[in-house]
Design a protein around this ligand. Sequence first.
Ligand code: GTR
Length: 327
Amino acid sequence: MKITRTLAGALLASVALSGAAWAECEVTLKSSDTHPDGYPTVAAVKSMGEDLKAKSDGRICVEIFASAQLGEEKDTIEQTQFGVIDLNRVSLGPFNNIVPETQVPSLPYIFRSVEHMHKVMDGPIGQEILDAFAGADLVGLTFYDGGSRSFYNSEKPITSMADMAGMKFRVMQSDMFVDMVSALGANATPMPYGEVYSSIQTGVIDGAENNWPSYDTSGHFEVAKYYTLDQHLIVPEVLVMSKISWDKLSPEDQALVRQAAKDSTPVMRELWAAQEKVSEDKVRAAGVEIVIDIDKTPFIEAMVPVYEKYVTDDTLKSMVERIQATE
Ligand code: GTR
């Protein structure tokens, strides 16, 4: 007993002596993600947290709440605006209605490839979009990958745009995606991610659209086994911070957060590339029917009214032109 007390005393003294290196977390940033533990976005924020803790001598920590524990994306965005959640990793889609600039990289077929998307998002246009989050009481920290999104359904293989006529697809909660699906001749139902599985299973919708890792980890492939690689969206994902939480940090700590977030992007991209392959192999092995050779031209042409409706002001127009001109 005595010995223990002595030991504890010695330990306490050494903590005091070694100072910051032994400090407890002074600030714990609560971070939300809809995906399960192990998903590349969750792993990337985890690595950011470890990096941040090390660089702040143990003062700033990140606690991740995966699997939508804090709610569905639209709700967690509101909670982040209110400062209830500090960090949030979300697709750009659910920001479309509140941060107009996020509509540009969410436009169907705006990027020619993932490389094109990286070039744009890593450059000045990406920075303009991160800066635009300020208008929604948020701080845009960094972008992550979301691969390309394609349609899947429980009914039949879609081999052309005509096959989509009258079908019902879930989209993320963004007006632009509702119009995108309508322009393809189908019906769109915006709904939270967590409701999609049962909605397909019970026939409320015929299908949805997403990338390989989400199609896999959500289990949607179990209930919607036809996947058509039309790749209509290459929409990046983003890590944002609540402006309220941000303002509580010193400028030095803000710089640490920003840098740790930026540094997690290459980590995420590597994890993402590996996960895409793993997920593709898994759903193929499960017997999903994949339509690879689809003529994308009619899909691209059908998007003209969507661009006309959403790319209206000069800021967005200029962004679209600059993206298209990016080699
Ligand atoms: C995933 C994305 C999530 C979420 C989801 C959805 O690809 O990583 O953030 O937006 O799609 O469709 O709701």
